[in-house]
Design a protein around this ligand. Sequence first.
Ligand SMILES: Cc1cc2nc3c(=O)[nH]c(=O)nc-3n(C[C@H](O)[C@H](O)[C@H](O)COP(=O)(O)OP(=O)(O)OC[C@H]3O[C@@H](n4cnc5c(N)ncnc54)[C@H](O)[C@@H]3O)c2cc1C
Length: 305
Amino acid sequence: VQTVGELLKKINNANPVLFDEPMRRHTSFRIGGPADAYLRVRDEEELRRLFALILEAELPYFILGEGANILVSDRGIRGIVLDLAGLNTCRLAPESSTIIAGAGCSMSAVIEQARDWGLAGLEFAYAMPGSVGGSIYMNARCYGTSVADRLEYVDILDENAGCMRWPVRQEDFGYKHSPFQARKSVILAGAFRLTPGEGEQIDARMQSFKTDREQKGHFLFPCAGSVFKNNRDFGRPTGKIIDELGLKGTRIGDAEISNFHANIIINRGNARADEVLALIQLIEERARHSFAYTLERELLLVGDW
Ligand SMILES: Cc1cc2nc3c(=O)[nH]c(=O)nc-3n(C[C@H](O)[C@H](O)[C@H](O)COP(=O)(O)OP(=O)(O)OC[C@H]3O[C@@H](n4cnc5c(N)ncnc54)[C@H](O)[C@@H]3O)c2cc1C
């Protein structure tokens, strides 16, 4: 903690550094112990300076989007958490239908902006919690479309804190997979190639996706979306498999395999990360035992386990 504090004195950060900041305040699960240090970065310039210092000092760090796909341990996160919510500008590339959105923009805000500019193509991701950076990193996917399908390029800070533009080649991305998962780079912004459309029609599509999520119960309890990926080889979605295992409604403490969607674990109040993990492991063991399936986790375990 002291090293983090000393390091941060070297930069003139705009926002205060919060020490022992409870991560449950920053995750959609409302779960997570303290981060040694937490800083909401103001802009790209501040991030670049800070990232260079962190790399030089070899400090552990974690890049936080909206915390909608992570389970942070009860012991929390060692080192520094950089919250990129300040990188929230969104602009239209000149004379084109490409929107360039900062990593900290929420996906839904970008989609609303696109609608206002009469641009279509991202509606499928409307109301899916998450930032541009997190959604590119995860290559988030729903209703048959992945974020990478609309991506033209990604601006990143590479492992040496240098800026570079990463042209998107579809073959580098896959189902819930992006090349950034194997790198220590920071996503600064994503450029989405959209198509001109009529605002009202775009909005109608957005609302239908939102309504579908509401009807499926996505927003009833704190959660982090699907816990496991789907696997075509299993012939049915993972939620169906967990349902067949009879695990819907299973509860450990305040963590529960939801009754409305078996691939979603919910926090009924004060769930602990280790209770969620125990449910995850229970599902994994039962799937292996009953069907000889090895389920692949989509939810990321973060911090000091
Ligand atoms: C109710 C609900 C429904 C959901 N439905 C779906 C769905 O339909 N489809 C789907 O794919 N997901 C879904 N999710 C999961 C989540 O919405 C997505 O994975 C989303 O893209 C996560 O974005 P985030 O900003 O919250 O990322 P975070 O959870 O903050 O981070 C995820 C990972 O990305 C990394 N990361 C974040 N920002 C950056 C950056 N700028 N540079 C480098 N790395 C970065 C983090 O370090 C972490 O490893 C759902 C979640 C909830 C709560």
